[in-house]
Design a protein around this ligand. Sequence first.
Ligand SMILES: [Zn+2]
Ligand SMILES: [Zn+2]
Length: 316
Amino acid sequence: MKMASCRLCGGQAAYSIEHAKMMLCQDCFIKYYEKKIYNTIMKHGMLRGARNVAVAVSGGKDSMALLTAMSKLVPEKFPNIKLVAIHINLGIEGYSEKCQEIVKRVCEGLGVEYVIHDLLSREGYRILDLKSTPLGRRICGACGTVKRYLMNRLAYEIGADRLATGHNLDDIVELLFEFYLKGSVEDLVRVRPVSWSDNPKLVTKIKPLIELTERENTYYAMAQGIPLLDAACPLAEGSRMLRRKKLIGLIEREIPGFKHMFYKSHVKRILPRLEKTVPEPSIMECEKCGMPSLSNTCSYCKLVSRLAAQSAENST
Ligand SMILES: [Zn+2]
Ligand SMILES: [Zn+2]
């Protein structure tokens, strides 16, 4: 059998970039991947004027790949920027310990400062406790609210002016798919590579991996020797999100390049028009926690107050 050769150097190919119909060796793949992140950052001006960048890390391949690539890119291309990793231990038995272990190991290996926020000891509950509340029935949604809120608050508390997340192309296409299906115009307009904010309590969010697929992130994690979790989050099993991703994978097989096309049409054609017509929501301060909110009480405080009400009921 003839070995496939690397498109760029002619060496032995190790990875196949399907949507680009390109085979690359390990070294060329690493360069290609890091270049792609750098180009995405530059295209959207993600780090323009930034001093402190917080990277939200879960311990999964995407965010660990992002952190690893950023820890190489930042000192080289943006020497005035400081990088800090933030991790939330969600208290999911048999899973969160492993995530935290990977975060520690990778951060220490890269020499990146990190903050670990333990949900149980710092906030007084674990993710699974939310399941008994009305909003927690769709646990991935509730977990998303917790992570979005806490990541922003933690980034704000350490003085970060950017919060980078590991959302990849597959995540974004899955979101777009759901929002288009439902016609949620207000949600669609928020799906973008950068969410700029001039409110100091709302840290500007950037998604440097937005044009990289889940598979490319896995390749990079493997090529860099990043320890991979042996299982996905047990709570997400059978979720709609995973079923939609599977379906999108099937479409991609029939229409190669579908994901890239869907994302690019959204960002280039649809988003600029939506931004003109959909009014920016007015942001107020949550009366409980003082953080930015769309209503008097933020969705995080609503979620947590349900939890408190539940446990008060249980103890009487
Ligand atoms: Zn090569
Ligand atoms: Zn609040």
